[in-house]
Design a protein around this ligand. Structure first.
Ligand SMILES: Cc1cc2nc3c(=O)[nH]c(=O)nc-3n(C[C@H](O)[C@H](O)[C@H](O)COP(=O)(O)OP(=O)(O)OC[C@H]3O[C@@H](n4cnc5c(N)ncnc54)[C@H](O)[C@@H]3O)c2cc1C
Length: 592
C-alpha cells in the first residue's frame, strides 16, 4: 500500500515561515489571501488527494486506459473523481477571475498541485494540461476565442492538450510536418499525425481543446515556420455547447512503462477546423507559454511522487523486522529490530527526505516569483522575478525529475524484494516517475536550455539575479560554521559559471558536455541556500517552540545531513565540468 498524508506542516513552514506569505500577499496586492485561508485550502486539498485520488492510484495503474474504436476509457473511479474535482472548484484554483477562476496565488496553487501528483500522478495530468492550455490561450488568443473557450476549460468541463510531437520529430520541432491551410472564413484546415499526446482522447470531459503546432503553406522552413492552432474535438455552438464533431480522431493509445491511467494518444487530424492562436509563424513563442508552465508542473510532479515514495518507505522501515542494531539490540521483546535502526537504511531515508524538503522549499521560492512576475506592484521586482522563473524552469524540471526517479528507486530499495513485486505499489512510483525525465523536453535538453540560453541571456543578468541573494546570505552569516558548506558549493558554482562562459563561447560542444553537471550544480546550490535559510529559522524558533520542538529539531538535523552528505557533491560536479569534453568526444563513432 502506498502511504500518503499531505505534508501540511512542512507546506505551512515553506509558505509562511520560509517565504513569508504575509509579505508576499502584500507585494502582489492580495492581502485578502490570509494565512488562515491558505491553511484551510491546503487542508481541503489534502483531504481530496488522500480520500479521493490516492485510493484510485494503484487500481488505475493496474487497469490502465482502454481504447475501443476511437474511444478511450479511463480506469474505474477516474470520471467520478474528476467530476468531484471540478465541482469542488479545484480546476479553477489559480485561473483568472475574469473567466470564472478563483485567481488564487501560484504559491498556493503549486502546493495543491504537488498533493495531486503525490496521490495520483496519472490523474494530475488531465487538469494540469488544461491549466497550461488556459495560460497559452490567455497570453495569445483573440478575445473571441478566450470568451468562447476559457470559461469551460477553467470550470473543467472542457479539457486541454498540447500537440507538438510527431513520429519523426520530438526534440527537433523544426522537422514538424502537420499542415494548416487558411479558409475564406478566417479558420484553418489542419491535417497531420501527432503521437504521444497526453489526454488527447478520454471520457472525463464533454469536449477536448487541442493546441496544435502546424505549418502554414508559405511558412519558412524549420522552427521559424511553425504556428499554433486551437482545434476543438467538438466545434462549439453559438450558445457554447459542444456541436459538430471535428476532423480529429484517436487512432490508438500507447502501452507504457508507467503512468498507465493517463491516456497517451495517437491523434489524426484530417482537415480539422482550427483557429490561429497568436501570430502566424510565431507558434513556438505562443506554445512556450504552455511549455514553460508545464515544465515547472512536471518538476512538481517529480517532487509529488518522491514524497509518496518517502512516506511509504518510512512506514515500511518502522515496521519491517530484520537484524539487530549495530549499537546493540533496540527491541529485545521482538524477533528482530525494525530496519530503520540500520545506518544504511537511515542513509537512504535521510537522502530522500533532505531532497524532498529542499525541493519543496525551492518550489515555493519559484512559485512566489511566478506570482510576482505578473502581479508585483513594483516593476523592478516584476523583472527580477521573471528572470528568476526563466533561470529556474529548466532546473526545477530536470533536477526534481532526475531526483524523483533516483529517490523513488532508493525508497523502493528500503522494501527489499517486497518493493520489486507489485503488492506495495513502490514499483508503480518508480515507473511513473520515469516519464517525468523525458516529456516536456528531455532533461538533457533542459540542461542545454540552461547553459545555451539562460546563462548568456542579457549578459548574464539572470544568473547574477540568483547569485546576489545567495552571496548576501553567505556574507551576512559568515560567522555561522553551518554556512561554510554552502559557501564552498557557491564558490564551485561561481568558478564553473565563469569557466563555462569562456569555454562554451569558444566551443559550443564544451557547453554541451558540461550542461547536465552544471544544471545539477546550480540546483544543489539552490537547495543548499534553501536549507541554510531553513536551518537559520529553525534555530531561531527552537527555544520557544514548545510543542513544535520536534519539527524544528528535525529541520536542523536534516539541514545538517544535507550539508554533510549531499552538498559536497558540488565539488565533484565542478571537477567533471572542468574536465571538459575531451574524453567524452574522443572515441570514433565506430568504436561504440
Ligand atoms: C507518456 C508520454 C506523454 C507525452 N505527452 C506529450 C504531449 O502531451 N504532447 C506532446 O507534444 N508530446 C508528448 N510527449 C512526447 C515527449 O515530449 C517527447 O517524447 C520528448 O520531447 C522527447 O522526444 P523524442 O521522444 O522524440 O526523443 P528524441 O527527440 O528523439 O530524443 C532522444 C534523446 O536524444 C536526446 N537529444 C535529442 N536532440 C538532442 C540535442 N540536440 N542535443 C542533445 N541531446 C539531444 C534527447 O535528450 C533524448 O534523450 C509524451 C511522451 C510520452 C512518452
Amino acid at each position: 500500500m502506498q502511504v500518503y498524508n499531505a505534508p501540511l506542516r512542512d507546506m505551512r513552514f515553506v509558505l509562511h515561515e520560509l517565504h513569508d506569505s504575509a509579505a508576499h500577499m502584500q507585494a502582489i496586492d492580495r492581502t485578502d489571501v490570509t494565512q488562515d485561508l491558505i491553511d484551510s485550502i491546503l487542508e481541503e486539498a489534502a483531504k481530496f488527494a488522500q480520500d479521493i485520488l490516492l485510493p484510485i492510484n494503484a487500481s488505475g495503474d493496474e487497469e490502465g486506459c482502454r481504447y475501443e474504436n476511437g474511444v478511450v476509457r479511463t480506469p474505474k473511479g477516474f470520471k467520478d473523481a474528476y467530476t468531484r474535482f471540478c465541482e469542488n472548484g479545484w480546476s479553477a484554483l489559480a485561473s483568472p477571475a475574469e473567466f470564472g477562476g478563483q485567481e488564487l496565488p501560484e504559491v498556493l496553487g503549486k502546493m495543491v498541485e504537488e498533493m495531486q501528483c503525490s496521490a495520483n500522478l496519472s490523474f494530475g495530468l488531465y487538469p494540469g494540461l488544461t491549466h497550461g492550455a488556459v495560460l497559452a490561450l490567455l497570453g495569445h488568443a483573440t478575445e473571441e476565442l478566450k470568451a468562447r473557450y476559457l470559461p469551460k476549460m477553467i470550470e473543467g468541463t472542457w479539457s486541454g492538450t498540447m500537440n507538438l510531437t510527431e513520429a519523426h520529430c520530438g526534440t527537433d520541432l523544426g522537422l514538424l510536418r502537420t499542415k494548416a491551410v487558411p479558409q475564406p472564413d478566417g479558420s484553418y484546415k489542419i491535417t497531420g499525425n501527432k503521437i504521444f499526446i497526453s489526454a488527447g482522447e478520454h471520457d472525463l470531459t464533454e469536449n477536448i481543446i487541442h493546441l496544435v503546432l502546424a505549418r502554414l503553406p508559405d511558412a519558412p522552413k524549420g522552427i521559424k515556420g511553425i504556428s499554433l492552432f486551437l482545434v476543438p474535438k467538438f466545434i462549439p455552438t453559438d450558445d457554447g455547447r459542444p456541436g459538430q464533431r471535428n476532423g480529429v480522431t484517436c487512432a490508438g493509445i500507447e502501452h507504457k512503462m508507467g503512468l498507465k491511467a493517463s491516456a497517451t494518444c495517437q491523434l489524426v487530424f484530417e482537415e480539422a477546423t482550427g483557429w490561429l492562436v497568436g501570430e502566424p509563424n510565431r507558434g513556438m513563442h505562443s506554445m512556450f507559454t504552455m511549455m514553460n508552465a508545464e515544465r515547472l508542473s512536471v518538476g512538481i510532479q517529480g517532487l509529488g511522487v518522491t514524497e509518496t515514495a518517502y512516506q511509504s518507505a518510512v512506514a515500511y522501515a518502522k515496521d519491517r523486522l530484520q537484524g539487530r542494531s549495530l549499537a546493540g539490540t533496540k527491541y529485545p521483546d521482538k524477533a528482530a529490530d525494525p530496519i530503520i535502526v540500520h545506518p544504511d537504511v537511515r542513509r537512504t531515508l535521510m537522502t530522500v527526505r533532505a531532497y524532498v524538503e529542499g525541493c519543496r522549499a525551492l518550489s515555493g521560492w519559484v512559485a512566489k516569483a511566478l506570482d510576482l512576475e505578473t502581479k508585483a506592484t513594483d516593476p523592478a521586482l516584476r523583472q527580477e522575478s521573471e528572470d528568476f522563473v526563466a533561470l529556474m524552469t529548466p532546473v526545477v524540471k530536470a533536477m526534481f525529475t532526475d531526483l524523483s526517479f533516483e529517490l523513488s528507486s532508493m525508497a523502493l530499495q528500503v522494501y527489499g524484494g517486497h518493493g520489486y513485486i507489485r503488492d506495495h505499489g513502490m514499483e508503480q512510483l518508480v515507473r511513473d516517475a520515469r516519464i517525468t525525465m523525458i516529456y516536456e523536453g528531455a532533461n538533457g535538453i533542459q540542461a542545454l536550455d540552461l547553459v545555451g540560453r539562460k546563462l548568456p541571456a542579457h549578459m548574464g543578468r539572470l544568473m547574477r539575479g540568483f547569485f546576489h541573494p545567495v552571496q548576501q546570505f553567505i556574507e551576512d552569516n559568515a560567522s555561522d560554521p553551518n554556512v561554510l558548506p554552502l559557501a564552498n558549493a557557491f564558490g564551485a558554482l561561481q568558478q564553473a559559471t565563469a569557466h563555462l562562459a569562456q569555454a562554451g563561447m569558444k566551443d559550443p560542444e564544451e557547453a554541451g558536455a558540461a550542461a547536465t553537471d552544471y544544471l545539477r550544480l546550480l540546483g544543489l546550490v539552490a537547495l543548499g541556500y534553501m536549507w541554510a535559510r531553513t536551518a537559520k529559522i529553525a534555530a531561531e524558533k527552537l527555544p520557544a517552540a514548545n510543542g513544535e520542538a520536534g519539527f524544528y529539531k528535525a529541520k536542523l538535523t536534516t539541514a545538517q545531513f544535507f550539508n554533510d552528505r549531499l552538498l559536497p557533491q558540488a565539488g565533484a560536479l565542478w571537477s567533471a565540468i572542468k574536465a571538459g569534453k575531451a574524453s567524452m568526444m574522443a572515441l570514433e563513432e565506430a568504436a561504440f
